[in-house]
Design a protein around this ligand. Structure first.
Ligand code: 5GP
Ligand code: MN
Length: 341
């Protein structure tokens, strides 16, 4: 595998991290397993290296990620704006993980960009914007957590990968590859996973914490989604699920409860494209997934102000949920050729 962190490029960081620094790590809005896993993995590593580190996130995140080592120190920007502003101000180094454009941190963008810290981007989304001093962008990487592992190794600090670092990075890779099954999962990534297990990552505990940790209401919501809200569009090999605010309220839905619902639609035989629409007070959030070469990133970018990866992307709509679904159905004929291939 090509060395993603060549010595000349990490050398300035090796020098910078020789003595204790004030460091802030941040990631995208509504952080997922990779966003939190890569951030807390890097946090635990930098802590072991002797730095003063804080993870600041632009919004809340799912409860099933709260078991991760270091979670109790994470600061959510909406709950402590002044404190976060101060942290950005005081930081000497700012790591931006798992996002490619500053607007992915939403209302935190201005305070983050105002920071005079040396900014380092580590990410696997296509076409990063140039807002950092050091940009490590590798769209072929399966997860930002995989890149953080390679970054630590290139810093010659493999021995600092303790159990806390390993548990977090394992989580990031596991969640972004849908449990090691996507095409992005390479033999090298499996070797990385082996390295993380050697360092103490408890695979069975992590799987249980993340995947077997749902509330009763959440399971009922999944059943409801499949029974009442799943629609097949066989002529385009497409399936979609939609949940209104009323539906979500009925199941006392909280952040993270809807994660994975889109994959249920994708797991139907012959479905190549799956969509999930859910209504929030201000907008409709859309998750898109595909099998094979069909690119949902293109669909998200062209029609839903979003982006992502070929097989997993997302976006939003400021219309009603019904209009968002209508729009989605109206664009399917444009992709008919690729969907029926
Ligand atoms: P999810 O459907 O799980 O929310 O997001 C899947 C992937 O799509 C994320 O990893 C992210 O790369 C991308 N994504 C989701 N929502 C947005 C969005 O609003 N804007 C952009 N640029 N990417 C998004
Ligand atoms: Mn990711």
């Amino acid at each position: 595998m090509k060395n993603r962190f060549p010595y000349q490029e990490v050398l300035p960081l090796i020098k910078l991290l020789l003595d204790p620094k004030r460091i802030v790590i941040t990631t995208h809005h509504k952080p997922d397993g990779d966003a939190m896993g890569s951030s807390l993995g890097l946090y635990n590593y930098l802590l072991a290296k002797g730095h003063h580190v804080t993870v600041v996130v632009p919004s809340d995140y799912p409860d099933f990620l709260e078991w991760m080592p270091g979670n109790h120190t994470v600061i959510e920007y909406p709950k402590a704006k002044e404190q976060c502003k101060q942290l950005f101000n005081d930081a000497e180094i700012l790591f931006c993980l798992d996002f490619n454009q500053p607007n992915r941190v939403e209302e935190m963008e201005a305070d983050m960009l105002a920071s005079k810290a040396i900014k380092v981007l580590i990410d696997h989304h296509l076409h990063p914007q140039a807002f950092c001093d050091h940009t490590f962008s590798y769209p072929l990487a399966c997860a930002t957590a995989e890149l953080v592992y390679q970054f630590i190794v290139s810093m010659d600090d493999k021995t600092l990968i303790n159990k806390a670092v390993a548990d977090c990075l394992y989580t990031g890779i596991m969640t972004d590859t849908n449990s090691f099954r996507f095409e992005t999962m390479t033999a090298d990534t499996h070797r990385t996973i082996a390295g993380l297990m050697d360092a103490g990552a408890a695979n069975y505990v992590i799987h249980e914490n993340v995947y077997d940790n749902f509330s009763y209401d959440r399971m009922k919501m999944v059943g409801f989604s499949l029974f009442h809200r799943l629609v097949m569009v066989p002529e385009f090999k497409t399936a979609y699920i939609s949940l209104s605010q009323e539906d979500l309220k009925q199941f006392k839905s909280t952040t993270g409860d809807t994660e994975g619902v889109v994959n249920l639609a994708l797991s139907i035989k012959d479905v190549k494209l799956a969509a999930f629409f859910y209504e929030t007070p201000h907008l409709v959030k859309i998750s898109l997934r595909s099998k094979g070469v069909f690119s949902v990133k293109e669909v998200a970018q062209a029609h839903f102000q979003g982006g992502g990866h070929r097989n997993a992307a997302g976006g939003k709509s400021f219309t009603s949920i019904d209009d968002a679904i209508k729009k989605f159905l109206s664009i399917l004929p444009d992709y008919k050729h690729e969907l029926l291939k």
